[in-house]
Design a protein around this ligand. Sequence first.
Ligand code: NAI
Length: 355
Amino acid sequence: MEETVIVQPKELHQLIQTKLEKSGLKPEHANEVAKHLVFADANGIHSHGAVRVDYYAERIAKGGVTLEPKITFEKTGPSTGIVHGENGVGQFVALKSLEYAMDVAKESGVAVVGVRRMSHSGALSYYVKKAAEQDLIAISMCQSDPMVVPFGGKENYFGTNPIAFAAPRKVGDPVVFDMATTVQAWGKILDARSKNKDIPDTWAVDSEGKPTTNPHDVHGLLPIAGPKGFGLMMMVDILSGMLLGLPFGKNVSSMYNDLTKGRDLGQIFILIDPKRFTDLEQFKENIETMVSDLHAIPVAEGFKQVYYPGEINQLNFENYMANGIPIATAIYDYLTSDTIHFNQYGGSNAFAEKE
Ligand code: NAI
């Protein structure tokens, strides 16, 4: 097992903020990215937590993030809008866009707000949870770089295009479901490569489009549930990219190719005020009922209990925020070092082997 250290959320936040400020990000933006990454690690979404700081710092230092973006809000109808992010740091642009969308949804009952030209915005649960904490139902989706073979194909086209959903509930924190539309994240392949460990043949394909168990042969990731995940990732790309006039499919910019240029990515927020459709309190009680119903389902062999979708992350969050978050020792060592970034991402092909 990977070596980890337990880090208190406040310390982790401070370390991330300092590193990002040193790379050039202004304090307000660095603070928002730090909040986001601590949230991700606290949820157990380590693929989108502090592990990203080195890459973000390198992109920021090399000019691939606009340090003073003029974020503008364009209302295009009673419930629609576009936010122009000017390739500002993704987490800050996404948060401002969400706040704008929440105002629109509260005013008109629903909001469909697209974010144009932003950098990577991380774990989408962060945003939808915030909306659900204000009694809104929220969906968010975003594009990511082309790393996935279409069903039946052997060249990559779509990204790992995630979908997140949240709804408010009566007693507990909102229910939040958040997933990539690939079987596994790219980070899991990298992890298997570093340990020289086989992967299940359901995760990825080689350059011939054949399922592979060798992480070093991976050329493309596989969509969840074959053609169904393939369809979902198409939907995400159409809604969060093409609809906003952005590059789509294989033309979405790559995370590592050119760190001196903005990524021009897109994200979409779809918010619904439940009050416009039903009694809000009853709705929130019904979510509680659904949670208890699921907990009461008899457990199949090999399982401990039925968790509602997203519950595992919520349990992590409660535990880690109170008791500290496990962070890979190598990441902690980097965060506490004087190195701003290791210069290991620029110009690299994600699928190439690192020496
Ligand atoms: P995952 O596979 O760990 O979990 C997916 C969902 O399934 C979660 O809501 C989780 O709570 C739920 N789940 C897992 N095990 C469960 C169980 N036993 N019972 C009930 N529910 C269960 O997540 P994945 O797909 O690896 O995504 C991780 C993160 O990566 C997400 O936050 C996503 O937004 C982010 N992401 C961001 C991208 C970007 O470009 N910004 C691209 C791709 C992913």
